[in-house]
Ligand binder design. Structure first.
Ligand SMILES: Cc1cc2nc3c(=O)[nH]c(=O)nc-3n(C[C@H](O)[C@H](O)[C@H](O)COP(=O)(O)OP(=O)(O)OC[C@H]3O[C@@H](n4cnc5c(N)ncnc54)[C@H](O)[C@@H]3O)c2cc1C
Length: 373
């Protein structure tokens, strides 16, 4: 059997590993001890236990990963000529992993909720609790940003703690600029209904040396001329993503540090090297994770092994999916054309998560969730 190394076991890496496991010897490497999804920030901050049940899943819980060898450690380099990657393991030892094919899926760093730091289960739980408790203790919250992470945070914080004063500050006339205009119209009404104060046209000044990786309490200044705004907690969700590619040679990267790929998700000039997910420069919005290119990638890896033609990834031009996450009245999912589909609350656990996600997408997940307490 051919050996495939999956570098980074997040949303895309896990799905790719599960699909490949029947066809190859798969080794997955990750700094986390399980899937710690970067999705649904608002849900994660306001109801972390509930979020964790669906978004923080130890690797041993995935039936589809039973045949996959997982290595808990940090990727530190690759030798493209010798076809191996180097890993500093969680136990401090270093090792190399040879491959016939390499999948680069190390994602991006974004805010405090998506960091490529080496963590054990207790660290993951502590992070989830700390951010929740910080917001819970604040009587007023400012959210900076107009993308899905900011909008969903403002909405979920306001809905979970109706007594808090919540303000959302964003630079444009509207939020969710990469979604269809209809999505913003609908979500804007919901934000107002939950009591979020909307402040369009506000571009916040990022404090010197601040990496947008925490919740602050300093007054916020705006380069667009409005008065300074203050609150007990300031959540920065301005989409300042950094690709997790420090471990890769510059020849694989574009000018912004993302991995260059062909439409077939191949890294040009390096047979057997592929990239997927937020780290892969597939299209301006880098949508191969949310558009589920993992199936195509697996087909292409196997096709390359047997010298068959590869297929191309076709990106969507707008963001789509859920924005606010599961709410007491159900889950709303937006199509690329802005149309909303609602799953009623009763169907979320019993149908959507249990059958579609856990069985359909992940091919079986055991219920042995680590406690968050
Ligand atoms: C099924 C599905 C549904 C989705 N639905 C939506 C939606 O509704 N709305 C929406 O906006 N988006 C959605 N998305 C997309 C989502 O927002 C992100 O695009 C996705 O989380 C990115 O996945 P990724 O694997 O590229 O990165 P990540 O999930 O961040 O995975 C990268 C992993 O690599 C690890 N890593 C990084 N560096 C190293 C290193 N040096 N050594 C070892 N490990 C390292 C990271 O810690 C992390 O665990 C969806 C994605 C999927 C798969």
């Amino acid at each position: 059997m051919r050996r495939v190394v999956i570098a980074g076991l997040g949303d895309s890496g896990v799905l790719t590993a599960i699909k490949l496991a029947r066809h190859a010897d798969v080794v997955g490497i990750s700094v986390k001890p399980g899937l710690v999804s970067g999705q649904e920030l608002g849900w994660r901050l306001s109801r972390p236990r509930d979020w964790a049940r669906h978004n923080w899943i130890p690797f041993e819980s995935f039936r589809g990963l039973d045949r996959v060898q997982t290595v808990h450690g940090t990727l530190t380099g690759v030798d493209l000529a010798a076809r191996k990657v180097f890993v500093e393991r969680a136990d401090g030892l270093t090792q190399s992993e040879p491959y016939d094919a390499l999948v680069i899926s190390t994602g991006v760093t974004n805010g405090f909720w998506r960091q490529a730091s080496l963590q054990g289960p207790a660290d993951v739980a502590a992070d989830l609790r700390a951010a929740h408790e910080r917001l819970e203790a604040a009587r007023s919250v400012i959210v900076i940003g107009g993308g899905a992470a900011a909008v969903s945070s403002a909405a979920n914080v306001a809905r979970t703690w109706p007594d808090k004063r919540v303000g959302l500050y964003f630079p444009g006339e509207r939020g969710l600029v990469h979604h269809h205009a209809r999505v913003w119209e609908r979500v804007r009404r919901q934000l107002v209904e939950f009591g979020v104060e909307l402040h369009p046209g506000h571009r916040a000044v990022i404090p010197d040396g601040f990496d947008c990786d925490g919740i602050t309490d300093e007054p916020v200044q705006f380069s667009t001329g409005q008065p300074t705004a203050s609150s007990e907690a300031v959540l920065w969700a301005i989409g300042r993503v950094r690709p997790n590619t420090e471990w890769l040679p510059a020849e694989l990267l574009d000018e912004h540090g993302f991995v260059r790929v062909t439409p077939e998700l191949r890294v040009p000039g390096h047979r057997g090297v592929f990239a997927i997910g937020d780290v892969a420069a597939t299209d301006p919005l880098r949508t191969s994770a949310r558009n589920r290119a993992d199936g195509l990638l697996v087909r292409n890896i196997l096709a390359e092994f047997s010298n068959r033609p590869l297929r191309s990834f076709r990106p969507a031009h707008r963001r789509w999916g859920s924005v606010l996450g599961i709410q007491p009245d159900g889950l709303e999912v937006f199509a690329p054309n802005g149309k909303a589909f609602r799953f009623p609350a009763w169907s979320f656990e019993r149908l959507l998560m249990s059958w579609v996600v856990r069985r359909g997408i992940y091919r079986g997940v055991r219920e042995n969730q680590p406690p968050l307490t």
